[in-house]
Design a protein around this ligand. Structure first.
Ligand SMILES: [Zn+2]
Ligand SMILES: [Zn+2]
Length: 302
């Protein structure tokens, strides 16, 4: 699993940073979290193909998070896209997205279904789920928790051999959870297959005040991507507009025992954003400040 930051600026772009978009590549699929203006061009400069995007999750309808969608969809169509593109967002998405997709002399000829998500909604995509949670912000907004389902446990080769089981199809069947017979004896899978291993968990706050309600859902996440619009000297202003400081982001990361913390949505006021990182590091020393095209590999926890 690879996470690529395509835009890391809050409110408007700067020469160094585009507005928000985060791509998550999982197998052959790319999920896009937010789609600020210019995201399609950022994608073209990244190692990802924008045609691989299957689902877009919009955190809210401030322009810096969604204005890239109509342009991207038009380009997809000109590249003969046929596969559906699912779009999810806070309440209003079902109304706004179809209107966005009919701007100018354009109407999509491939399906782009839009769906409103409410606090607590969980979407089941088979191998993973995405949960939406209300984010405290200036307008209706969501945070997202992507969680892979547990994987089957490890196969203990030594134990299987010690039990006198021959290598081959029997191993595969046991690993798939089947009870097998060999030499007149019955073997249950738990004799040779370890306990299920947890999948990966990625949390994206979108624009948000520090949110205690997110903590239980983000617990033990492999990656927390948090709003870090400003640093502590500007805490009042940041919070007034529904944003967090880097310090507040770090405190949430500690509370939910995040393995990694990436700070993003940096205010354009920071030409040199080291202050943001310095603000978080006393609380969460390993914090990372996202730059455009920062790419992280997220390994399985075990
Ligand atoms: Zn924003
Ligand atoms: Zn916003």
């Amino acid at each position: 699993m690879q996470v690529v930051f395509l835009g890391t600026s809050g409110s408007w772009p700067t020469p160094k940073r585009n507005v928000t978009a985060i791509a998550l590549k999982r197998g052959g699929e790319v999920l896009l979290f937010d789609c600020g203006e210019g995201t399609q061009r950022q994608l073209m400069q990244s190692p990802l193909s924008f045609m691989q995007i299957s689902r877009v999750f919009l955190s809210h309808f401030h322009g810096d998070h969604f204005l890239g969608l109509p342009g991207m969809v038009q380009t997809m169509q000109m590249n003969d896209r046929k596969a559906p593109l699912e779009v999810y967002g806070p309440v209003g998405a079902e109304d706004l997205v179809p209107r966005l997709l009919r701007l100018g002399h354009f109407a999509p000829n491939f399906p782009v279904p839009a769906r409103d998500l409410r606090d607590g909604d969980v979407l089941d995509f088979g191998e993973y789920t995405v949960r939406a949670l209300d984010a405290p912000h200036a307008v209706p907004a969501l945070s997202f928790v992507l969680e892979e389902k547990p994987r089957v446990g490890r196969f203990d080769l030594a134990k299987a051999k010690a039990l006198g089981l021959p290598e081959g199809p029997l191993y595969r069947r046991l690993h798939a959870g089947e009870t097998v017979t060999h030499g007149g004896k019955t073997f249950a899978p738990d004799l040779v297959v370890g306990p299920p291993r947890r999948g990966r968990k990625i949390v994206y706050t979108g624009d948000s005040l520090p949110n205690e309600k997110l903590v239980p859902f983000a617990m033990d996440c492999d990656l927390l991507i948090h709003d870090a619009t400003a640093e502590t000297s500007l805490v009042e202003k940041a919070n007034q507009y529904g944003h967090s400081t880097a310090r507040q982001a770090a405190e949430i990361a500690v509370k939910c025992r995040a393995r990694r913390l990436v700070l993003t949505h940096v205010s354009p006021r920071y030409e040199e954003p080291t202050k943001i990182l310095e603000d978080a590091r006393p609380v969460f020393p390993e914090a990372i400040l996202a730059e455009d095209f920062t790419s992280l590999e997220i390994p399985y926890p075990e």
